[in-house]
Design a protein. Structure first.
Length: 516
């Protein structure tokens, strides 16, 4: 900080009121006088070389003055002896304050647009995640709807087969039930006869009773199986209605998902369009600020070089001293201090950052001094115009400054210089904290959105597996009723029924998993 502050205080001098533009005409500079003094060939190239050294990382402080029209020498069509007669350099109409305000507005717009672009990129990332999740869910839901339609179609096509099978099984059920009742009646009679014989039961009677009981158990098992099949055949219409309701529910969900996807695509297009526009505007602003910086450097070179524009040698020397001071400060700055690649390759300590901020503020101060002197050259001697607020407190502070000696002013300047650097340092630390919190927040948002999409995808995948199993189960049932209708193959019916029982268990497990 000492080296930087010494550079600042070393050449501090009171700002005299001068009028170096005594030969300026009403509508502009005396062009002939300017031509006789300024040689643009090598001097302009030198200005560009100096400018290119710092424009890539410091374009926001170089613009202080402007000119009405850019002459041909920027296109390297330099003439040693004369200008194009259509060109006029209206230096006397330059208003440095207006130029600074315009550039300040451009910088603020650039900063605002950069912030908006970063936010829109984050928003676009979230939209992309939602869009991908919706596309996956829509694909699952379309598969589910296709399966449900197939199940409904199969159920409807087998309705008549089920009805015929039910009638056939019902007849068989009645026949088996009659036999069961007859055997049960015979067994009851046999038991009564045994009791009437005072319990004298022979081995023959015991064998008959055991065989009869076994027959009863077999008939009971047949009756139970037939009863189950009759119930399954009877709920065909009810199942068909349930499937249709479930299909409508899935169609409604698909409609909602498609609407959400269309909204996401629309939002994505709007955000992408806005991003392109903002990025284009940002590039324009950067180019404009860079061009304004070139104009400012050229204008400063003219002011520094031309004895017609600056008739006083002392004032020329002050400008050159300030420019040299600025170049000296600038040359001591480490490039890419806050670049992640630079920080990775170099150990950046807090002291290094402090020196960088001091260097940054010192350049600001020198630029402001150059601005003040330019305004002095334009006969603007009212320095109160540079105070952006017209409050009484500011005027009182200004009056206090006017009573201070040069030494006291230097001490006060160093004091506020340190204060400003402190504020920049704390502001940068706060910005880093906010940036880390924003990063964490963005990561959490991505995680939440991804979890929500994964949750929906999981439930839809379970529903899809459930419907695939139900479709397979329904096909087995239809096969069973078709067999019943065509023939009385007891073995095939038994195997099919066993498969149906196993499928029922799996469906129950899936239903529990889906509701859980």
């Amino acid at each position: 900080m000492n080296s930087t502050s010494n550079l600042l205080t070393k050449n501090l001098k009171p700002l005299p009121i001068r009028n170096p533009f005594g030969r300026v005409k009403k509508m502009g500079v005396d062009i002939d006088s300017v031509i006789n003094e300024i040689k643009f060939d090598q001097k302009l190239i030198s200005v560009f070389n100096t400018y290119n050294k710092y424009i890539n990382f410091r374009f926001d402080y170089v613009i202080r003055t402007s000119i009405t029209q850019l002459p041909d020498e920027l296109n390297h069509n330099v003439k040693d002896s004369e200008f194009d007669s259509s060109q006029q350099i209206l230096i006397d109409s330059i208003n440095s304050n207006n130029s600074l305000n315009n550039v300040t507005k451009l910088r603020e717009e650039l900063k605002t647009l950069t912030t908006q672009v970063n936010l829109k990129r984050k928003e676009l990332s979230i939209i992309t995640i939602n869009e991908d999740g919706l596309k996956k869910n829509i694909k699952h839901l379309e598969d589910i709807i296709s399966i449900k339609k197939n199940v409904i179609s199969e159920t409807a096509s087998y309705a008549e087969i089920r009805c015929n099978a039910k009638e056939k099984i019902q007849k068989e059920y009645n026949r088996i039930n009659k036999k069961y009742i007859k055997i049960l009646s015979q067994l009851n009679k046999s038991n009564k006869m045994t009791k009437s014989n005072n319990g004298n039961e022979t081995s023959k009677d015991m064998d008959y009773g055991e065989r009869t009981n076994n027959r009863l158990l077999r008939y009971e098992d047949k009756i139970k199986k037939m009863d189950d099949i009759i119930k399954i055949a009877s709920d065909s219409a009810e199942k068909l209605l349930q499937y249709q309701i479930a299909l409508q529910t899935s169609n409604n969900r698909l409609k909602i998902f498609n609407e959400q996807l269309n909204n996401q695509i629309k939002n994505k297009q709007e955000v992408s369009t806005l991003l392109i526009q903002n990025e284009k505007r940002i590039n324009q602003l950067k180019t404009n600020l860079s061009n304004l910086g070139v104009l400012s450097s050229i204008e400063k070179s003219r002011v520094n070089i031309s004895s017609n524009l600056i008739g006083n040698d002392n004032l020329k020397k002050e400008f050159l001293d300030l420019q040299n001071m600025r170049n000296e400060i600038l040359s001591s700055r480490p490039r890419g201090m806050f670049n992640p690649k630079y920080q990775k390759e170099n150990n950046v300590f807090k002291e290094d950052i402090r020196k960088y901020l001091e260097n940054d503020e010192a350049i600001d101060s020198v630029d402001y001094l150059i601005e003040l002197k330019n305004n002095m050259c334009n006969n603007n001697s009212n320095l109160l115009n540079f105070i952006q607020t017209n409050s009484n407190e500011t005027k009182i502070f200004w009056k206090c400054l006017s009573t201070l000696s040069k030494s006291e002013l230097k001490k006060l300047l160093v004091h506020y210089f340190i204060k400003v650097v402190d504020l920049k340092e704390s502001g940068r630390e706060n910005d880093e904290i906010i940036s880390k919190l924003d990063t964490i927040n963005d990561r959490q948002r991505h995680t939440i959105v991804s979890l929500n999409n994964n949750y929906q995808e999981f439930h839809l995948s379970i529903e899809k597996k459930f419907m695939e199993l139900k479709k397979y189960y329904q096909a087995k049932i239809n096969t069973l009723f078709q067999l019943v209708q065509e023939e009385n193959n007891a073995i095939t019916m038994f195997k099919t029924r066993q498969e149906i029982i196993g499928l029922k268990k799996k469906i129950i497990e899936l239903e529990k998993l889906q509701t859980g």
